[in-house]
Ligand binder design. Structure first.
Ligand code: GUN
Ligand code: FE
Length: 455
């Protein structure tokens, strides 16, 4: 083991859902694989010698006063092609929005040159706002989807990438769907193998994801076939789909099968510890038990839930039930491409859920008790919670974890945060960063020890 990077700095990392640890001039020793070997505090006897040694070998770097280290963010729900329409078209319900805006946009990714342009731009943007790991839906096109995996790998982002499956001719337009269930399954398997090969040459990891868009766009034959692939490739492929996203989508599964989509995804072999379920706004008690028992991940996408679900997912109940919960931007159902936005929205939405929004009801009658998320809770979901639920050593600045980190400069001239006193409590600085930081504040980002953003 060789130390190739030693970073001295102050910052924040989650200990538990409620507790954020502030570290003060810790020395992070990072090895040639980009993994944190040890974290030394200033009173550690090895601190000075390790620092001197790193300085002499040219590996030492000090984070400036006023700048803080945070773990890189983990965004587990992103529709990469929708970056091309981000910020527009949220005037329709989900089922209309898909046909009116989204399928026309996604169909353009048959053109790999266009895919290259959009995907490179998005990955760069996400890295520069601190997102070091992302789970992406690409499009139905296998080759265009592979371009996304290549771009993430080239730019150094840890990425989970899926070729989208939507094969049902009754549910999808002829200009944008898989030719048949069989070809959807074959193309998915080829994609898995292509990405697995790319991953062999990757430092930070690029993982294939089996991606039925959601039950309403797939035939039973495709869902069954993808479930078989999930079993065959269970050691390295993930699974992702939308689950219980809106009243319409939630009701759809009941109408088609007489069961919830959670139940049906289980039946098809698509609900495992490697399943990443976007939204999950309306699970029943039984569905929640299935989540907890399988270890599947509910991805909280609070901004897009405001538009498509018109509801707030009761995250505290999910956590109390033992469910894995992570955070997602849901570009472009949620227009904010960075997880600072999702963290803020998670807190805001949860407050609305707790206090209720209807002024005509008496106090005490509105809202759902014990729903509010703190900034600490939301930060956990965007970092440690994401890592834990993926089963990867990411999301914490601790020994044994990947050096995925971002530097937030609170003194950057055009984006100075309101910190005026030298003895400002660390917890206040943390809250100011999460609530007020803008992209300019994020100056440096590493993924697996590699510096991928340096502004
Ligand atoms: N459900 C099926 N497809 C989509 C999509 O592209 N975005 C969102 N938010 N929900 C979906
Ligand atoms: Fe989505």
């Amino acid at each position: 083991m060789t130390i190739t990077l030693a970073i001295e700095g102050s910052g924040f990392t989650s200990r538990t859902h409620d507790e954020v640890h502030y570290f003060d001039h810790s020395l992070f020793l990072i090895d040639e694989h980009g993994v944190i070997q040890s974290v030394l505090e200033p009173d550690d006897e090895r601190y000075d010698t390790e620092k001197t040694q790193a300085r002499e070998s040219g590996n030492y770097r000090a984070i400036a006063e006023g700048s803080y280290l945070l773990p890189g963010f983990i965004d587990l729900h992103v529709h990469a092609p929708q970056w091309a329409q981000d910020g527009t078209g949220l005037d329709e319900p989900l089922e209309v929005w898909l046909g009116k805006y989204t399928f026309p946009t996604e169909s353009k990714f048959a053109d790999e040159t266009f895919a290259h342009k959009v995907y490179g731009d998005l990955v760069g943007r996400m890295l520069s706002t601190g997102t070091t790991t992302a789970a992406y839906y690409a499009t139905v096109h296998r080759k265009g989807s592979f371009v996304l995996a290549q771009e993430a790998n080239r730019l150094g982002q840890r990425a989970l990438v899926g070729k989208v499956v939507m094969d049902d001719p009754a549910a999808n337009p002829d200009y944008y769907r898989d030719a048949s269930a069989q070809s959807a399954i074959e193309e998915t398997e080829r994609f898995i193998n292509d990405v697995a090969e790319l991953n062999r040459h990757s430092v930070q990891g690029v993982y294939p994801v089996i991606t039925p868009r959601f039950i309403p766009s797939c035939t039973d034959e495709a869902l069954r076939g993808l479930g078989e692939l999930a079993e065959k490739y269970k050691t390295y492929a993930y699974i992702q789909t939308h689950c219980s996203e809106s009243d319409w989508e939630h009701g759809y599964a009941y109408e088609r099968y007489g069961h919830s989509d959670t139940h049906m995804l289980c039946e098809f072999g698509l609900f495992t510890s490697r399943s990443i379920l976007a939204h999950s706004v309306y699970p029943s008690e039984e569905d929640m038990r299935v989540f907890a028992q399988t270890g599947a991940i509910a991805v909280h996408c609070p901004l897009s839930n405001a538009f498509f679900a018109g509801a707030v997912a009761p995250i505290r109940r999910y956590l109390a039930a033992g469910m894995h919960v992570a955070m997602g931007s849901d570009i472009s159902g949620g227009y904010n491409p960075d997880l600072y936005g999702a963290i803020r929205q998670a807190v805001t939405s949860s407050r609305m859920l707790e206090t209720g929004v209807n002024r005509d009801m008496a106090a005490g009658e509105r809202g759902v008790m014990d729903s509010a998320l703190t900034l600490n809770n939301a930060f956990y979901l965007a970092t440690a919670g994401g890592g834990e639920s993926l089963g990867l050593p990411i999301g914490r600045l601790e020994a044994g974890y990947a050096w995925d980190a971002q530097v937030v400069d609170t003194t950057f001239p055009s984006a100075r945060l309101p910190i005026f006193e030298s003895n400002e409590p660390a917890s206040d600085i943390f809250q100011k960063i999460l609530n007020l930081a803008v992209p300019e504040n994020i100056r440096t980002v590493w993924v697996q020890g590699r510096e991928v953003v340096s502004k």
